[in-house]
Design a protein around this ligand. Sequence first.
Ligand SMILES: Cc1ncc(COP(=O)(O)O)c(C=O)c1O
Length: 382
Amino acid sequence: MPTPLQASLATLDTPAALVDLPRMQHNIERMQARMNSLSKRFRPHVKTTKCTPIVRAQLAAGAQGITVSTLKEAEQFFADGVTDILYAVGMAQHRLPQALALRRKGCELKIITDSVASAGVIAEFGRMHEEAFEVWIEIDTDGHRSGIKPEEAALLEVGHALLAGGMRLGGVLTHAGSSYELDTPEALAAMAEQERAGCVRAAERLRAAGLPCPVVSVGSTPTALSAQQLDGVTEVRAGVYVLFDLVMKNIGVCAAPEIALSVLTTVIGHQADKGWAIVDAGWMAMSRDRGTQKQKRDYGYGQACSVDGQVLEGYVLSGANQEHGILSREGTPDTDIAARLPVGTQLRILPNHACATGAQFPEYHALSHDGTLTTWRRLHGW
Ligand SMILES: Cc1ncc(COP(=O)(O)O)c(C=O)c1O
């Protein structure tokens, strides 16, 4: 006799992206409580889910404004009623008309830059269209991606170029993405401090030069959950915390029962001698992201769970073709796998990277504690 949850999931075609609502709500409240206790505004990065009901839940819990990775996200969430939006990818000339259109409609869009060249392009376009864009300067606090280093001369040059061009200098932001390479509380706390100190230092330099810098924005999920203090910071951003994943588990900022995204899959065959079950979740469902490969535990393409969400310890998606996943036991092959997981069995696979796996699907199936399912569309493309 199937449980209500099993009966409910049996109605879904597989593979399907499931969001466990109690887990998601727990994650939202955990992060918001931490930000409240540190007295910092929280601006979630919605690129993880690109999904209106999830963003609404984040705002309802106390988030103030959102961060987006595409202007298409900005358009969707502005249409949904969010006005305070940070587009946290360096502004390119060809996107300025889209940014202008959003601002003309009343969106308080903030854009970012990290070079004198791009500051000049923004200022020239802004002047031409009589639009004083609010621009934040991206700071590089860990050498992992873009941004100006806190001590670089270019920081003040960019600030002056923006102001001289009639733009508004809204603040500085940084994202310590190299926190993903760490896995001890001490190293994470140190990275959070490096992220904070570097961004605050950049703000101080701007202010000392007579330039305005009201916002100091920092964050990634690992650093947001590890910072010991955030003096001088005005807001924190984080994205993947809302669903979590195996990469975050390896880093040490969540436990498996906090991972709210899983892929529902069906066993479609076996290679019993090899101890394989073949499932209908390949890399097209899980994504090609192998983020746990270099971490302390490699989960292949994901951790297998029962359809109820209980971790099947040692069973991982060890291989993936486009629509086939190979599920096997780590170490000794399970030659009884065909009896243990017969054809037709539904399973759930926890993903390496929630942002990448979610992006493989046009919708999430939101799963309530009583097994009720709701379909939530997610945004796709640019
Ligand atoms: C600029 C920026 N801010 C915040 C984040 C959120 O990081 P995380 O997903 O680790 O929470 C990202 C993620 O890539 C980002 O690029």
